[in-house]
Design a protein. Sequence first.
Length: 318
Amino acid sequence: MQNFSAEAQELGISWKLELVQGKLDQFNWVFFSVIALFHLGAVAALFSFHWSSLAVFAVMWLLGQNLGIAIGYHRQLTHRSFATRKWLQYAMAVCGAMALQGSPTYWVAVHRLHHQYADRLGDPHSPRDGKWWAHMGWILRGALHSEAVMLSRYVPDLKRDRFYRWLAVWHWLPITLVAFVLLGSGAAVGGWSLGLSWVLWGVFLSTTVGSHATWLLNTVTHLWGARRFNTHDDSTNNWWVALLTGGEGWHNNHHAYPVSATHGMAWWELDFNYWVIRIFAWLGLANNVKVMRPNPERKWVTVAPGGIRLVAQHHSGR
Ligand SMILES: [Zn+2]
Ligand SMILES: [Zn+2]
């Protein structure tokens, strides 16, 4: 693939040729086994309910899905919608790794590919290739995870950073450590059965349901919902996916204006992840927050800490 790519560049052949994700003949049994194990753990969690386990689940969900994947991996690292100090950026990346959706370099590369080729040749997970493919098939049967050289071209910014190169190898470590901490602290509070329950709810159930929530963005919000903007893809705004993901489900807005830190673009489009970014800005932890509201000139509005300027809100198709 690498040689082909070099030749293709010399010959001026479109990169798209290389970006077509092949469907492997072989099923990825390693990924399947890990995913199956986590699903079993998630089901087991339902049989070991404690109120404290639900609280552990909620905290791990907020850290992994909202702070880690949506705000860290997606809005900051993939789209650079806002800037933070390095320590906060790294902390959010570690939270993202805890969601077990891969390292920041892998996740960001795949998602940048998705935006570049959304619902066209080269999109890693378009429902046009099948609903099952877009949800999980691309992980279990796709060849993308072995295309490290090609993917690395999509994340030169992260590849330059020693921490992200380290996390690309050790991304499984944070959740493993958290699992032991939950087991130990739960056991200290209420015995080993409570420790096990905390692990099942905080690690197995939260990562499993969280992964399905993320995968729903590949399927549901490219199939069903409203389209405010006439984008070149099939993206939609879907309220229940938005509720589940803290705002990521306003996906048509997002495809129209990927760099915007806010995905909700009307007052009723709840965007919890953006509220967190605003709180960061108020606390002086985030700056250069880019906010797009639909307007005829399509101007960027940069939010200064403590204040937000909105331009006139009305719809502009494109
Ligand atoms: Zn999309
Ligand atoms: Zn995106």
